[in-house]
Design a protein around this ligand. Sequence first.
Ligand SMILES: Nc1ncnc2c1ncn2[C@@H]1O[C@H](COP(=O)(O)OP(=O)(O)OP(=O)(O)O)[C@@H](O)[C@H]1O
Length: 216
Amino acid sequence: MQIQLENLVPVPLKDKILQRSSDVWNRQISFTPSKFIKIKAPSGTGKTTLVHYLYHVRTDYTGQVLVNGKAWTAYSKAAIADMRQTQVSVVFQDLRIFEQLTALENIELKRVMGGQPYCTAEKVTEMASRLNITHVLNQSGKTLSYGERQRVAILRALVQPFQWLLMDEPFSHLDDENAHRAAQLITEECKARHAGFILTDLDDDTRFAYDIHYNL
Ligand SMILES: Nc1ncnc2c1ncn2[C@@H]1O[C@H](COP(=O)(O)OP(=O)(O)OP(=O)(O)O)[C@@H](O)[C@H]1O
């Protein structure tokens, strides 16, 4: 799945963005498939906005987000749903855990969506153990701590096939040990799919062997 940006500028941030230089906004960018990409920016400069544009849950921009050469806005709802099940996965900053479901039910929803599951139930158990969340799998989403929610959201994003994984500050509530474990698992799962990721964060980090860095 090819993702390209053509002169993308968020309408609400237009004045701010056009006053400074950015590697991403108002540029022509082609994200090379299977690369590990880091996008760094201070708080409030549009990381979440960008991830929402890439996953096509917001469209208040000028310019274009092209997916396989065609604007996201030109795809049908069914085609977008299909892409989200098979080509692109996401860890939102606000995590979007369903509070009325257990942690495991949140994960299972995604795993069994769209027919033949990509991962077995045993694989979910193994990944949960690696993320240190086995003990909360049957706990209600409402009662999970923020760090537990973050790891459930990461696991939920990994149970489906994808060519791109989008992650918005995915380790913001994890201690070093758990962030390290999550980064190792994400690396392995991306490599197994020959997939890339686009990760946004506030600062530099060495958790991944990034191929490309952008400043937003
Ligand atoms: N729908 C919207 N309409 C208008 N302004 C918005 C909208 N969404 C976000 N903003 C503003 O755009 C700016 C960027 O927001 P965004 O959440 O993308 O930043 P961020 O870099 O992810 O921040 P943080 O690091 O704090 O999570 C903020 O000033 C925010 O208030």
